[in-house]
Design a protein around this ligand. Structure first.
Ligand SMILES: [Zn+2]
Length: 292
């Protein structure tokens, strides 16, 4: 660059008006006045464009007059969570921006998804359009989309959604009550669990919990967290390393270790740790995750 050149920093204001076009205006009016969503259909390739387009970009046919209504409900193809803020955004972050394919449409449209738990959001959730109360002159005549059925957020992770390394845990203090209840359930009144005087002279020096009492803490992890609701346990193997004393607080941790493609099952690594950070047991589980 010549040393006689200068760089002048400044801001350029660029006010503009955008004409939605005759078809775009018709689309916005239908949203505003009739709460109706339509697309345009190409009769040659059967593509239904939503929002509508004048031309089929596959066949180059003029399709502006071939209006076709589509449903106010659709499926989230994918989504992103917006965490930064710009002045022109219609709502404050964080919010979900979804790619939504309405029933009857071929092409998906982008819109905001509200009233959905951000941390539990996933693809394939069914959503419906919520129309704005105040008339707008943009696509915001649809204020946002919201889930049709919230039970989908309770369902656990499917085989496809699970990734190696995903992890979840559950923690509970094992009390004398737990041990005596389990003795009653199982009939295992072994004195090492229920007789303190006997246990003083036995291997651990005091009463200990049955091994399956801490081991059973993996059930709420697999069944309600990871993979979660809908999971069926196929096999659980545990190797005990240390005893669990009354009052010990045990954390059961499950981590996705391997995906078994031919069965659509998942192998989970299991670890059980006490409040002193000692591993009391290790193991492996094979589970069948819920299907979508
Ligand atoms: Zn076409």
């Amino acid at each position: 660059m010549s040393r006689h050149s200068f760089i002048v920093h400044g801001k350029l204001a660029l006010p503009y008006q955008y004409f939605a076009g005759s078809l775009g205006s018709k689309f916005i009016r239908a949203l505003r006045d009739e709460k109706r969503i339509f697309g345009t259909k190409c009769n040659k390739c059967n593509t239904v464009y939503v929002p509508p387009r004048s031309l089929c970009d596959r066949c180059f046919l003029d399709i502006r007059d071939n209006i076709q209504d589509v449903s106010n409900e659709g499926t989230v193809i994918t989504y992103t969570v917006v965490n930064h803020y710009e002045d022109h955004y219609p709502c404050k972050p964080p919010f979900i921006l979804g790619l939504i394919k309405l029933d009857g449409a071929t092409t998906p449209m982008v819109h905001i998804i509200k009233n959905a738990p951000i941390d539990k959001m996933k693809a394939n959730v069914r959503v419906r359009a919520v129309f704005s109360r105040e008339p707008q002159n943009t696509i915001l005549n649809i204020s946002h989309f919201e889930p049709v059925d919230y039970s989908v957020f309770e369902r656990g992770y499917t085989y496809e959604e699970l990734e190696i390394g995903m992890s979840a845990s559950f923690t509970k203090t094992i009390t004398e009550t737990d041990v005596y209840l389990f003795a009653g359930i199982s009939g295992d009144f072994n004195p090492m669990h229920v007789n303190e005087e006997y246990s003083k002279h036995a291997i651990f020096g005091k009463r200990v919990a049955h091994g399956v009492v801490p081991q059973s803490l993996i059930a709420p992890v697999l069944g309600t967290k990871l993979p979660g609701l809908g999971t069926v346990a196929i096999e659980i193997n545990t190797r005990f390393k240390r005893p669990t004393y009354f009052g010990d607080t045990i954390t059961a941790i499950a981590t996705v270790k391997e995906k078994i493609e031919e069965k659509k099952w998942v192998k989970m690594d299991l670890r059980f740790i006490n409040q002193r950070g000692e591993i009391i047991a290790k193991g492996e589980a094979v589970v069948m995750p819920p299907t979508g």
